[in-house]
Design a protein around this ligand. Sequence first.
Ligand code: AP5
Length: 217
Amino acid sequence: MGKYIILLGPPGAGKGTQAQIIAKEFGLAHVSSGDLFRENLKNQTELGKLAQGYMNRGELVPDDVTIAMVKERISRPDCAQGVLLDGFPRTPAQADALEKVLAELGGKVSCVPYISVAPDVLIERLSGRWTCPACGNVYHEKYNPPKSAGKCDKDGSELIQREDDKPATVERRIRVYMEQTAPLIQYYQDRNLLVEVDGTQSIESVSQQMLAAIRKG
Ligand code: AP5
């Protein structure tokens, strides 16, 4: 049976950063709903065109299309050993749907690390974030700079800033998180799956605590 882990936390908490480390450590497929939408956008699919407006406004893409997209992704063969979910679920309806999909696949969620970070820190993190468009590696101009300015350490690609990291959109994303996603903290607490990690520590300290929690879970 596969291992299913959900990374919970506000925009900019460090989900993508930690996901790269954790997925590698446990040999899990890293499934990020945001990355799936961005891939669809790049390929100009119908789904990408639909998602674009919501993403640019900092709002959530409707549950039905998001659930269908993630369901299809986690049913693929590379997810058989388990999945690290990053950015999904983001609403109680998505969490209920996930529970059903995993039951069909013969699995269940084993641990939900929740990375907590205060809003003022999130804004600073997102405004200094640079991403590799080729491999998805994430950097920060101050906290996690690439070895060579503007270039990805892994493949040398030119780093880019995300369209939705503009200050007004970041604020909207944080508000949407508080209203629609934060209820999942209680949802997973009620299921004894939540492990809170202080996301304001160094990237390495956060990783160590998350890895320890997942090993126990
Ligand atoms: P998505 O791509 O999921 O974005 P997000 O949740 O807002 O999260 P981010 O990717 O912005 O942040 P992160 O937590 O991964 O932080 P990171 O590691 O990069 O979603 C984008 C949009 O897609 C949504 O707004 C929505 O429209 C749509 N969408 C996606 N999923 C959906 C769903 N399920 N339902 C509906 N709509 C959905 O780190 C941030 C920065 O901080 C980086 O620069 C990093 O280097 C730095 N950093 C990380 N850790 C540390 C640390 N410990 N100390 C100092 N700096 C750090």
